[in-house]
Design a protein around this ligand. Structure first.
Ligand code: PAF
Length: 280
């Protein structure tokens, strides 16, 4: 695997390649990331991964400074897996040599709800860096995890609206054996928080079962799930059942017509904020 830190070196490595498959990450790689690389490999060649902790997507009181930066460890993992041909690991000066005044602004109806409401500017920051990374790597295919469900939709819509020649592939959420979705932020959890963390997914599963059993009162399901977690030491930001196609609230007519739905959740346990979702 070649490790490059500059856009010039990246372009040298990729010259003439028309089937590049790309996985953008912020590093601290776990098996979830590695499975994105495997999917990338099935859909293109060569596979490029990036590691870049993107300041633009962190709010002023978020964890940008303490976000785990584990480059050598990440390189070792990628070397072992042998799926990635080039790792692009730019520093801030390389990707943001001047203040990033041109930004992508996702539409409010998708970018400012749920995660976007809790983390103002988050999806603008994500979209801007993803567009920039796409411009550097020029992939034909890029892989994103479904754990970041709203991010996946924002990126897909951005590609469609800007007519970018990139196909976005979604990978299912990878979970630990107890159901906890793998995330770089799981490493912040204290042992007792880690033990309680699977409650988030279990709550979504319970809500899914109630839907399958015929319950159509979505507001009640959301309220019960929120109450359960808040009563077990969590601080819920949202548990929201939404239409899969646009993340809007489903109307009773949507529910009656069998509209495809997803439940999305964000909640804090201790100081750690986790997100998860489940298609219903
Ligand atoms: O999902 C992530 O790790 C980040 O949001 C991404 C897509 C790499 C952009 O910084």
């Amino acid at each position: 695997m070649k490790v490059v830190h500059t856009i010039e070196d990246l372009r040298d490595q990729l010259r003439g390649q028309l089937r590049v498959s790309f996985v953008p990450t912020m590093g601290n790689l776990h098996p979830g990331h590695l499975s994105l690389m495997k999917l990338a490999r099935q859909h293109g060649d060569p596979v490029v991964a990036s590691i870049f902790v993107n300041r633009l997507q962190f709010g002023p009181n978020e964890d940008f400074d303490r976000y785990p930066r584990t480059l050598q460890n990440d390189i070792d993992k990628l070397e072992r897996e042998r799926d990635v041909y080039v790792l692009f690991a730019p520093d801030e000066r390389e990707l943001y040599p001047e203040p990033q005044n041109y930004r992508v602004q996702p539409p409010q109806e998708l970018g400012d709800i749920l995660e976007g409401e809790c983390r103002p500017g988050f999806f603008g920051g994500v979209s801007t860096v993803v567009l920039k990374l796409f411009s550097c790597v020029q992939p034909r295919v890029a892989v994103f995890g479904k754990k970041d469900y709203q991010q996946l939709m924002v990126v897909r819509n951005m590609c469609r609206q800007f007519q970018l020649p990139v196909e976005i592939l979604a990978h299912e959420t990878v979970r630990d054996t107890d159901g906890l979705a793998l995330s770089s932020r799981n490493m912040y959890l204290q042992p007792h928080e880690r033990a309680a963390a699977p409650q988030l997914y279990a709550t979504l599963q319970r809500l899914q079962m109630q839907c399958h059993a015929g319950c159509k009162d979505i507001a009640r399901l959301e309220a019960e799930a929120t109450e359960y977690l808040n009563g077990h030491g969590w601080k819920v930001d949202y548990i929201a059942v939404r239409r899969r196609r646009d993340l809007n609230k489903p109307t009773p007519e949507d529910v009656a017509a069998g509209e495809l739905l997803v439940v999305l959740a964000a909640a804090k346990i201790g100081a750690t904020r986790l997100i998860d979702n489940l298609e219903l």
